[in-house]
Design a protein around this ligand. Structure first.
Ligand code: AMP
Length: 116
């Protein structure tokens, strides 16, 4: 899918609405529309990268930034003490449904013992 037709590119561009919780030069973060935990946010690069499999060496700093933004959001949501989970689904068997790289931040309840 080309970037202009991509759901998350449309959110990044403001063409469709989202509950945005963070925005900077590199990423946008917003609440997941179908939360799987009391806190469920997505950290999305502004650059259209279809999946983890499309990452190149040049994206190394961007991926690090995504993780640190997720950490910041987790702390702001009060999750730091009890913990939280970051998930990055890759491809069909990995459960990826939106083909624009994104990091899930899940927390606010115990996820121990649940891998999916
Ligand atoms: P994945 O299955 O890893 O590709 O995750 C895609 C996520 O995007 C799912 O958790 C969806 O609930 C979420 N999602 C889909 N459409 C929207 C939307 N318009 N706004 C926010 N989250 C969305």
């Amino acid at each position: 899918m080309v970037g202009s037709e991509c759901l998350f590119c449309k959110i990044v561009d403001g063409r469709i609405p989202a509950s945005i919780v963070h925005q900077d030069e590199q990423v946008v973060a917003f609440r997941d529309i179908a939360p799987q935990a009391p806190v469920h946010m997505l950290v999305v690069p502004k650059l259209h990268i279809p999946s983890l499999e499309a990452l190149e060496q040049e994206h190394q700093a961007l991926v690090g930034h995504m993780v640190l933004v997720a950490q910041k959001l987790a702390r702001e949501a009060g999750l730091a003490e009890n913990g939280y989970r970051l998930v990055l689904n890759c491809g069909r068997d990995g459960g990826q449904t939106v083909f624009h790289l994104h990091l899930h931040l899940l927390g606010g309840t115990s996820l121990a013992g649940r891998m999916a």
